[in-house]
Design a protein around this ligand. Structure first.
Ligand code: ADP
Ligand code: GN1
Ligand code: MG
Length: 364
């Protein structure tokens, strides 16, 4: 689809003049563009057409992000030497004073300052980067732990709830809308053989052993920007910041940090969990968040990566069976290829689970 990005940019109170707008990044949900301004001394921007099929209440979603970014900005203001424009997402108000606009065709758009000189990785190749990622998420959770006000709006209900995700998968299997179920029987067997074990975190929550906290819920590594020296800079993609268990953030980060290949790798022999990267991320994370976690939360950190990798696998298969309505895809079999890679990663984690538990015990 072609959009008049200059016209949309001009609805916002940005400084600088629109020069160019180009698709940017590899997110699976929104349409993201980088806007360059004509003036060398003015900021550049990120303009996003929001996916309102997935996020059904954009005003509430944006209200969450306004609250979260203001809170983070206030915290950073008290840290000497912090670089607010790079360490925190900054929303640009519209001419009407809102944090989003709707265009003539009913599309929702928002704009952020472009975080300059950042580095973003889909695959992590060194323990130092993994450690920095862990610090970024640990710090993010710690900074939000005292955010005042009502609970955040639940932007996607039951987002990481594996019981609901499995119900949704079963519904689509029964419906079989595009006739793909037979082709994924092997993957479904693998999923259902692990279903009970995967309900562990929900059970601990119901038993009151682990608390709900404010979590990010989408901590894949390309949502953690590093600076030009590969040090933790900013956590982005705040659409799913809401109540959750810390395991969801820990698990999703480990899923992406420790994978020896890409999320959608076709050659499954290349997909494995790198235990050294697991250790490094865990060290970084616990150095920031360790003090706030209770014993049961800590004990189950090693389990979390299996759960979240499995959950994303379930979501990719469900979307494949459904005919690809949720995640952006780049070819016909993209979602099942992603699902297979995630399930392979679960198996690699299972093989190394004893070592993962040992590392967490050593670090806590
Ligand atoms: P999605 O939900 O589709 O993943 P994101 O909000 O994560 O959308 O944005 C997609 C990509 O755009 C990110 O992975 C990152 O590369 C880039 N991006 C988003 N916001 C910014 C920003 N403020 N500054 C620089 N890059 C950004
Ligand atoms: C989506 O938005 P993005 O691309 O960072 C998805 C995550 C998945 C991820 C898999 C709102 O993340 O839950 O883990 O794809 N976000 C949403 O790559 O569904
Ligand atoms: Mg993203």
């Amino acid at each position: 689809m072609d959009f008049n990005l200059k016209e949309i940019f001009d609805y916002f109170t940005a400084e600088g003049t629109f020069l160019t707008g180009e698709p940017y990044g590899s997110g699976h949900i929104h349409d993201t563009f980088r806007v360059e301004t004509a003036e060398k001394d003015k900021d550049n921007y990120i303009l996003q057409r929001l996916n309102n099929k997935i996020f059904k209440n954009i005003p509430e979603l944006q209200n969450n992000i306004e609250r979260v970014t203001v809170h983070l900005k206030n915290k950073l203001n008290n840290v000497p030497g912090s670089d607010i424009k790079r360490e925190c997402l900054i929303l640009i108000p519209s001419l009407e004073g809102k944090s989003w606009i709707t265009d003539k065709s009913g599309n929702f758009w928002r704009m952020y300052i472009f975080i300059s000189n950042h580095r973003s990785y889909n695959v992590v190749d060194s323990p130092d980067k993994a450690f920095e990622g862990g610090k970024a998420i640990g710090r993010f959770q710690a900074m939000l732990s005292d955010m005042p006000g009502a609970p955040l709006f639940e932007t996607i209900p039951w987002f990481h709830n594996i019981e609901k995700r499995l119900e949704a998968l079963n519904l689509k299997i029964n419906e079989n809308p595009v006739g793909r179920v037979e082709s994924v029987r092997k993957e479904l067997d693998m999923v259902f053989s692990r279903a009970e074990e995967m309900k562990t975190i929900l059970r601990l929550g119901k038993e009151g052993k682990i608390p709900l906290r404010i979590t990010h819920n989408d901590t894949k590594f390309n949502n953690i920007l590093l600076d030009e020296n590969d040090k933790a800079l900013c956590v982005i993609d705040l659409d799913t910041v809401m109540s959750g268990y810390v395991h969801y953030d820990f698990g999703d980060a480990i899923r992406t940090v420790t994978n020896t290949s890409t999320e959608d790798e076709k050659d499954l022999s290349k997909v494995n969990m790198n235990i050294n990267l697991f250790r490094a991320y865990s060290e970084g994370y616990l150095s920031e968040a360790g003090k706030t976690l209770n014993d049961v939360e800590k004990e189950y950190l090693a389990f979390a990566p299996k759960l979240i990798t499995y959950t994303i696998g379930v979501r990719f298969i469900t979307d494949f069976i459904d005919g690809d309505n949720y995640f952006k895809i780049h070819h016909e079999y993209h979602n099942i290829q992603r699902a297979r890679a995630q399930l392979k990663l679960v198996m690699s984690m299972e093989e190394q689970y004893t070592d993962m538990q040992k590392i967490i015990r050593e670090l806590t």
